[in-house]
Design a protein around this ligand. Structure first.
Ligand SMILES: Nc1nc2c(c(=O)[nH]1)N[C@H]1C(S)=C(S)[C@@H](COP(=O)(O)OP(=O)(O)OC[C@H]3O[C@@H](n4cnc5c(=O)[nH]c(N)nc54)[C@H](O)[C@@H]3O)O[C@H]1N2
Ligand SMILES: Nc1nc2c(c(=O)[nH]1)N[C@H]1C(S)=C(S)[C@@H](COP(=O)(O)OP(=O)(O)OC[C@H]3O[C@@H](n4cnc5c(=O)[nH]c(N)nc54)[C@H](O)[C@@H]3O)O[C@H]1N2
Ligand code: SF4
Ligand SMILES: [Mo]
Length: 753
């Protein structure tokens, strides 16, 4: 029997499922989690949960999850007090900061930040107080190409999501939601939503070099060659233009560049691209006619389309197809979410803006362009290794494991090892944090409040939900927001320890709140235009991330406008609704108001995209590498950091090299035999798994394994028989526009080991 039931949104992946958490009291007055299951009453997930959801208990109780700050002394980590940890950081940074060049400090932000409320608000201030241009994040081993293609077309990162619940036809490229539970498309119970498309007579088509779990359930699987997506999508546009079925409808008058399509897409006939896609011309033609013929249809692309050589172009082409089939911004097609806490597309003057510009900065060593204030992680090692003014000598990592997740991890590890100083905000001693001098551990997910500031922007419904912490902090733990504020204070030259440091942290929190409220009051189109900032702050009645969230919600598109609309959303409202607030299905015809481009139209072309189209045209007849490596996810994994949870890793080895039997026979590999895989940058030996699910000429290894490196302190994960596939991925194989790495389509050689 539970003494108490708490509700909390799962922060582990983008689905954001509602959890029902049963707790019992212990004799010492603390509480223990008894059971976690899906919250049937959750407005979005309605009880859905995956095997990871219930492991929040295991994470909370994991003995390897650090509960006190750790400082490295004579090569060993020892637990210290917070004040001592922060003093050590201030002292370690001192020589680097006094040398005067702030670019000598780099920062890397990893994936869990996107799932965490406090970092979403405070990381920006941290970056500002460091004052460096060397900002990196997991976004450039992930979705940056989609953010950039959207920003180019619509003027801000407004990413269209497939209207899963109403579409009649879904074309999915390079996504495997049955394993990943969806990405850049927030949809708890993605598998159930796909099944419903089929139940209502619709069709699901999956394009993937591997017959993934999702492809297995789809109505049709198209086994494309890696990197072939841009060619396939271009051929679809070619066919639609030639047979006259391309028809953007309502959006024609809101789009610039449509007249250039016929000339630019003329080279991409289904026949001409076949060598690059491996897809028969007839299949392309049928696909084109089904897409234009379906009452509604949506095209959706994910990791297989972003983390590849034509990342931005493929991402752009996904929405070009949505546009020319008349499905963009309309019910059942690819639609725009309206996020309760506001987005650039709901701020400022509707229908027009400054738009997106590439490369505000260029990196020191290779002159690589920045996107959204960051350089791609593909240049991080060279910035650390290369001597000269502005060389990175210290790194800050927050919730990231670049030593595992970034390409050419051998080089990343060597680079991190040669730093003068490193601090990590992270709960574990893993591949990355073993290089740190100080580790500042956040509390477990159950000890944090939650609101999905990032991922609810991509919801297939408009919803909002807030969860308070389920369990209190233990003695000696520090809230993650507080950790980041204290770190920010150090870079701002404030005290590192004692009451002065706490006052400095509170001061930065107040400045953050004033800045967010101030931006809203200065926006003539906001519900609080012209209001007094201090009055608004006072009205929130809160501090910390909850105050910031209250401001964002109340000034957002569904907000109460601080009294203007008594029925509007606020923290008070969300706190009274533990199962979330449903704000309705996605709205169509957001264009033109949503646009923030200078022209006030969807801008189809710019120099960068035209040059990529030219590259695509020039390479149409090129041969592809005889053997290419792609990635893979399993529903029981979560990038690199959940293999320490025994209930998730037990069972058969999942870190295998999947290879087609024809290839395996030719090479001489029996099932389970060790294979040596070599790329330009590295080599691994991995157990082979023969399967006809994978296309000949392609092999697949999942990422996030190989936690058996020296210095890693993960009892369960280190025992796992796995290798790090990023030893093989190549930092110079990248999408030229964003510098985002091509983790898929890496040329490799495979031989028996
Ligand atoms: N269980 C679990 N869930 C996760 C994660 C996890 O590690 N484990 N990670 C989370 C994160 S950070 C993200 S970003 C999302 C990612 O979410 P998804 O994009 O759905 O992730 P994957 O399952 O890797 O699916 C990518 C698919 O692309 C295919 N592919 C590879 N190369 C190509 C190509 O060139 N063309 C095409 N068309 N397909 C290709 C692969 O075979 C694979 O099936 O998942 C999130 N959810
Ligand atoms: N080959 C290959 N490589 C890939 C991918 C692939 O498909 N193939 N996918 C890429 C993608 S999509 C992504 S997003 C990246 C992810 O890349 P990263 O973000 O660099 O790596 P993660 O594995 O997510 O590691 C997360 C880190 O955050 C820590 N952490 C966990 N919870 C918290 C918390 O609450 N607070 C803090 N401060 N830290 C926490 C963990 O201990 C871990 O160190 O990997 C990329 N790498
Ligand atoms: S799908 Fe699983 S990991 Fe993702 S939010 Fe839901 S329960 Fe959590
Ligand atoms: Mo990701």
């Amino acid at each position: 029997m539970a003494d108490r039931v708490a509700f909390r949104t799962c922060p582990l992946c983008e689905a954001g499922c509602g959890l029902e958490i049963e707790l019992t009291g212990k004799p010492d007055g603390t509480e223990e989690v008894k059971r976690i299951r899906g919250d049937q009453a959750d407005v979005f997930s309605a009880g859905f949960i995956c095997p990871k959801g219930s492991t929040l208990k295991h994470l909370h109780e994991d003995p390897d999850w650090l509960r006190r700050p750790h400082v490295k002394r004579d090569g060993e980590f020892v637990a210290v007090s917070w004040d001592e940890a922060f003093e050590t950081i201030a002292a370690g940074l001192e020589p680097i900061l006094t040398a005067g060049n702030r670019n000598a400090v780099g920062i890397y932000l990893g994936n869990p930040n996107a799932h965490n409320l406090a970092p979403m608000f405070y990381n920006r201030g941290l970056i500002k107080s460091i004052g460096t241009q060397n900002v990196f994040s997991a976004s450039t081993v992930d979705q940056r190409p989609k953010e950039v293609s959207s920003a180019m077309m619509f003027g801000s990162v407004a990413v269209p999501v497939p209207d899963l619940d109403r579409t009649d036809y879904l074309l999915m490229l390079g996504a495997n939601p049955l394993a990943s539970n969806g990405s850049l498309c927030t949809a708890p119970d993605f598998p159930g939503r796909l099944a419903k498309i089929q139940d209502r007579g619709g069709k699901v088509v999956v394009v993937d070099p591997r017959r993934s779990e999702t492809a297995e359930r789809a109505d049709q699987h198209i086994a494309i060659k890696p990197n072939g997506d841009a060619y396939l999508l271009a051929a679809l546009v070619n066919v639609m233009l030639n047979d006259g079925s391309a028809e953007p409808g309502r959006l024609t008058k809101h789009t610039t560049g449509l007249d250039r399509l016929p000339q630019l897409f003329a080279p991409f006939t289904p026949e001409s691209v076949e060598g690059r896609t491996g897809v028969a011309p007839e299949v392309v033609r049928v696909l084109a006619s089904e897409l234009t013929g379906a009452p509604t249809a949506a095209v959706y692309g994910r990791i297989g389309t972003t983390c590849q050589e034509f990342g931005t172009l493929s991402s752009w082409l996904v929405d070009v197809v949505n546009l020319v089939t008349g499905n963009l911004d309309s019910v059942g097609g690819a639609m725009f979410t309206t996020h309760a806490s506001g987005q650039p597309s709901t701020k400022g003057e509707p229908g027009r803006g400054r738009g997106f510009r590439l490369g505000a900065r260029t990196s020191r060593v290779s002159g690589t362009q920045s996107t959204f204030g960051e350089f791609p992680v593909t240049v991080m090692p060279e910035e650390i290794e290369t001597e000269g003014e502005g060389q990175i000598r210290a790194m800050v990592t927050v919730g990231g494991n670049p030593a595992s997740s970034n390409p050419n991890s051998g080089r990343v590890n060597a680079a991190l090892a040669q730093l003068d100083f490193m601090v990590s905000v992270d709960p574990y001693i893993n591949e990355t944090t073993r290089h740190a001098d100080v580790i500042l551990p956040p509390p477990s997910p159950l000890q944090k409040s939650h609101y999905d500031l990032a991922l609810l922007q991509f919801g297939v419904r408009n919803i909002a939900n807030y969860s308070p912490p389920v369990l209190p902090l233990d003695k000696g733990q520090m809230d993650e927001g507080q950790i980041l504020l204290r770190l920010t204070a150090i870079f701002a030259g404030e005290a590192a320890s004692g009451p002065e440091a706490e006052r400095a942290a509170a001061g930065i929190d107040h400045l953050t709140a004033s800045a967010i409220a101030g931006a809203a009051t200065r926006d003539d189109y906001s519900s609080v235009a012209g209001r007094d900032v201090d009055e608004l702050l006072e009205m929130t009645g809160r501090t910390g991330p909850e105050r910031l969230l209250d401001i964002a919600l109340r000034t957002g598109p569904f907000g109460d406008g601080f009294g203007r609309d008594p029925d509007g959303v606020s923290m008070d409202v969300l706190q009274g609704k533990p199962h979330g607030v449903d704000l309705g299905p996605l709205q169509e015809h957001r264009i033109p108001d949503l646009l923030r481009t200078p022209s006030g139209t969807i801008e189809l072309f710019n120099e960068a995209l035209l040059s990529e189209l030219e590259r695509l045209t020039d390479a149409v007849a090129d041969d592809v590498a005889p053997m290419m490596l792609i990635g893979r996810r399993h529903v029981r994994s979560n990038n690199s950091w959940m293999h320490n949870v025994k209930v998730l890793t037990k069972g058969r080895n999942r870190c295998t090299l999947q290879i087609h039997p024809d290839d395996a026979d030719r090479i001489g590999l029996v099932d389970g035999a060790p294979a040596r895989v070599t790329s330009r940058v590295g080599e691994v030996v991995v157990d082979c798994e023969r399967t006809d699910a994978i296309r000949p000429g392609v092999v697949s290894i999942p990422h996030g394994f190989g936690q058996n490196d020296e210095g890693v302190q993960l009892r369960v994960a280190s025992e796992y028989r796995g290798v790090n596939t990023n030893v093989l991925t190549d930092e110079y194989l990248r999408d030229p526009i964003t510098g985002n790495v091509a983790l898929n389509g890496v040329p490799v050689e495979v031989v028996p080991a």
